[in-house]
Design a protein around this ligand. Structure first.
Ligand SMILES: Cc1cc2nc3c(=O)[nH]c(=O)nc-3n(C[C@H](O)[C@H](O)[C@H](O)COP(=O)(O)OP(=O)(O)OC[C@H]3O[C@@H](n4cnc5c(N)ncnc54)[C@H](O)[C@@H]3O)c2cc1C
Length: 396
């Protein structure tokens, strides 16, 4: 019989599942796996929630999702509403509602067409609202706003708190987290996966790559390269100001993500691209691009004209060529799985995708179809349209 153990077998730490990456997706997957009885080790290069999952805008948004993501986002939203019962912490989730505003009649027509398209696919969570209803919801908005789309059960949460809460809940179910433990290389020997790190070797039957913007290198090692690239997404937070806005806001004609927290500060973003330094493991702010976003905010809320910015930062996020994540079993190796490439919108999906990944890894089939997110879809990109799951799939 062939001995498949590495030479220094005594240094190997074993589990049923290795998870690479302690972001929200790695932590949520670890939680759902451990809750079902799997022994789990999470390997995190820096510290849990150091990257996108801890520094994002906290938007819990089903609004404006690409069609294939909608069933996942709706399923995930139900977990957001039940977080205290699920992980013992609400992650700071506030069901503020999400409002996407139109600033011209043409933009309102665009919103109308979008809502009609969703309805044609059986999705009714986005509601078209007129100018007066927008004003009732947000009286401080500039008068030129013509209407918009409203999703009442969306909201926002605190990213670092949410990711930490999933980590703590996973630990309560026995998951072991190793921070400061970058995985340099993965390999399958016999039926086991091995992860090589400066802190020794880790082994398990199953391996999940949830390494955010760094996942591409690990997929390449497994022989299935993916068109994924990093971007440095930026945010800024203002000084405190008296309460004036309850909903989380986006815009139709220009990039915007905007919310006011209970403490009065306002967080402003909207897929603003700064600089991503993947080898250096950090993002950098491009202030000239932030200025454009600040102008949008002043157009919409003129009374903020003199409000100061306290802080700005950039987080490193993974983007794929078709703007959809990879949530998939490997097509080249057994017992290898992926969950990455969330393209600036993966915070909301974290609680739900962790559950689906655990089903994929433990049962072989998730309760919602993940075909649109298969890792080999890029081979057939432009030839096969993405699968659109319907609300009927949610009943599974
Ligand atoms: C500024 C900003 C604003 C955003 N706003 C929103 C929003 O409002 N709503 C929303 O839904 N989404 C938002 N997002 C996107 C969201 O934050 C991400 O999609 C999501 O957090 C991705 O989670 P993840 O676990 O896949 O990746 P990450 O959080 O990046 O976690 C991956 C982890 O893997 C670790 N890792 C990498 N390589 C290795 C290795 N070789 N060995 C061990 N560990 C490794 C990293 O250190 C990292 O901690 C935003 C993102 C940014 C940056």
């Amino acid at each position: 019989m062939t001995d498949t153990r590495p030479s220094h077998a005594d240094a190997v730490q074993e589990a049923d599942v290795l998870v690479i990456g302690g972001g929200l997706h790695g932590s949520s997957s670890a939680f759902h796996l451990a809750r079902r009885g799997a022994s789990v080790i999470v390997l995190e290069a820096d510290y849990v929630a150091r990257h996108s999952s801890g520094v994002n805008a906290g938007g819990v948004r089903t609004l404006g999702r690409p069609l294939p993501e909608i069933p996942l986002a709706l399923m995930s939203r139900e977990i957001w509403h039940a977080l205290p019962e699920t992980i013992g912490d609400d992650g700071g989730f506030v069901a503020s509602g999400q409002l996407k505003i139109a600033e011209t009649d043409a933009e309102l027509d665009e919103c109308r067409a979008h809502v009609a398209l969703l309805e044609a696919h059986g999705f009714t969570h986005e509601k078209l609202i007129d100018r007066d209803t927008v004003r009732e919801l947000e009286p401080a908005l500039a008068r030129h706003v013509t209407g918009g789309i409203w999703v009442e059960r969306d909201g926002y949460a605190l990213p670092f708190r949410t990711t930490t809460a999933f980590r703590l809940a996973a630990q309560r179910h026995g998951a072991r987290f190793h921070e400061g433990t970058p995985v340099a290389r993965i390999e399958q020997r016999g039926t086991r996966w091995y992860a090589h790190t400066p802190r020794g070797m880790f082994a398990a039957e199953k391996l999940l790559v949830a390494a955010g913007a760094w996942s591409g290198e690990l997929a390449r090692q497994a022989g299935e390269p993916v068109p994924v690239h990093p971007e440095g997404l930026m945010l800024m937070v203002t000084q405190r100001v008296a309460p004036f806005c309850k909903a989380t806001l986006g815009a139709t004609g220009r990039p915007l993500s905007f919310k006011q927290f209970d403490n009065g500060t306002v967080v402003i973003g909207g897929k603003l691209i700064g600089i991503a330094d993947l080898p250096g493991r950090h993002g950098e702010v491009d202030f000239m691009r932030l200025v454009k976003s600040a102008r949008t905010v002043v157009d919409l809320f003129p009374h903020l004209r003199h409000l100061g910015i306290n802080r700005a930062w950039a987080g490193v996020e993974a983007f794929t060529d078709d703007s959809l994540p990879v949530i998939s079993a490997s097509r080249t190796a057994s017992n290898l799985y992926y969950s990455f490439g969330y393209c600036g919108s993966g915070f909301q999906l974290g609680p739900g995708c962790g559950r689906l990944v655990s089903e994929l890894m433990l049962d072989g089939a998730p309760s919602l179809a993940l075909d649109a997110f298969a890792i080999d879809r890029f081979d057939r990109f432009d030839r096969t349209p993405s699968t659109v799951a319907t609300p009927a799939a949610l009943a599974h």
